[in-house]
Design a protein. Structure first.
Length: 345
């Protein structure tokens, strides 16, 4: 197998490649009116993770795509991470994936087909773990390597979890710790210590399949996955979509314990600053450490779950039965006035 360092071929890394939220809003704005589609249950008029189409018999199809440039040097791991990240959007909507097709951009004059094959093999391994086939795809000659999936899922309409349906007085939970963007930046800078090399990778390849089980719990009002916009950005999407405020308890937020030494070395992704510049005006006062962690672009991050008041213990017990030890990181509140949407305490 050919050994190359993929990250040296790309200017971005993982979900840190995402266009800043404020720029994305400018791209998506339109004056045209789309034809009415009564079967479109979730489209891009809300801040959700995927499109959802009613196919009858109380069932719906989930459609999503996600791709990015390498966040790790190993080609097989790159394929695994990109695939877990793409499939996550189906789980975040409460569904189960049923098939995937690949999106591959490859600099064919700089990286061999054998290396691209390792990416595809990594993707197949994650698709197999998710119980689906990598059924096809499309490839182009591209100056930088990129890879991802278009994924189709299925869900009972009653179990769809939409950001816009979050309610006030919910407790918030996060299923993976924050910090993979900081670790990937340390890797690109060449300062990531040997014993920390696989921490981020091992988190990013974990499927968020628990989302399909969470969706069946009627005391969960909303769910999303935390990716390139950071925890604050994705929580803000939930708050704006449902006209809510939120309060985060910083000390309760799970983080990768090794990241703090890399923050001291200024291993802050460029995406962190782009995120804050995009939505910082809608957030209450934070320290520089809080900003660098809460805006850190996550790749294949965890699920952010809003649990209705009074059901927190039931939820934590259910999560623990599935191998997740979770603690509330904050709560949603009724929207009041024109102040910040999110405060960190």
């Amino acid at each position: 197998m050919e050994s190359v360092k993929l990250t040296r071929f790309s200017h971005g890394a993982g979900c840190g490649c995402k266009i800043a939220p404020s720029v994305l809003e400018e791209i998506l704005v339109t004056s045209s009116k789309a034809p009415h589609d009564s079967n479109l249950l979730v489209g891009n008029d809300t801040r959700d993770d995927a499109a959802v189409i009613d196919i009858g018999n109380s069932k719906a199809i989930i459609s999503t795509t996600d791709f990015f440039m390498p966040i790790v040097d190993d080609a097989f791991d790159f394929g695994r991470i990109a695939s877990a990240n793409a499939i996550s959007d189906v789980y975040a909507m409460g569904g189960v994936p049923i098939t995937a097709i690949a999106v591959l951009g490859w600099p064919i004059n700089e990286l061999s087909a054998k290396v691209a094959n390792q990416v595809i093999e990594g993707s197949r391994s994650i698709c197999n773990e998710a119980g689906i086939s990598l059924a096809g795809g499309h490839s182009i000659d591209n100056p930088e390597p990129l890879f991802g999936l278009a994924v189709t899922g299925i869900v009972d309409i009653a179990n769809i979890k939409r950001n816009s349906e979050a309610t006030a007085d919910c407790s918030l939970f996060l299923t993976k710790p924050l910090g993979v963007g900081i670790l990937s930046t340390a890797q690109k800078k060449g300062v990531l210590e040997a014993e920390d090399q696989n921490i981020g990778r091992d988190l990013m390849v974990q499927l968020n399949s628990i989302g399909a089980e969470f969706s069946k719990l009627d005391y969960i009002s909303a769910m999303t996955d935390v990716t390139g916009f950071g925890l604050l950005g994705h929580l803000l999407e939930l708050c704006e979509g449902a006209s809510l405020n939120a309060e985060l308890t910083y000390e309760s937020i799970p983080t990768i314990k090794e990241i703090y030494k890399y923050l001291e070395l200024n291993c802050v992704p460029g995406g962190t600053n782009r995120n804050w510049d995009s939505y910082g005006s809608k957030i209450g006062e934070v320290t520089s450490e809080q900003r660098n962690i809460l805006c850190d672009p996550q790749t294949s991050g965890g699920l952010l779950v809003a649990v209705k008041e009074g059901s927190e213990n039931r939820f934590m017990e259910f999560a623990q039965s599935k191998g997740y030890v979770l603690t509330s990181i904050g709560r949603t509140l009724a929207r009041k006035g024109e102040g910040p949407f999110i405060n960190v305490i």
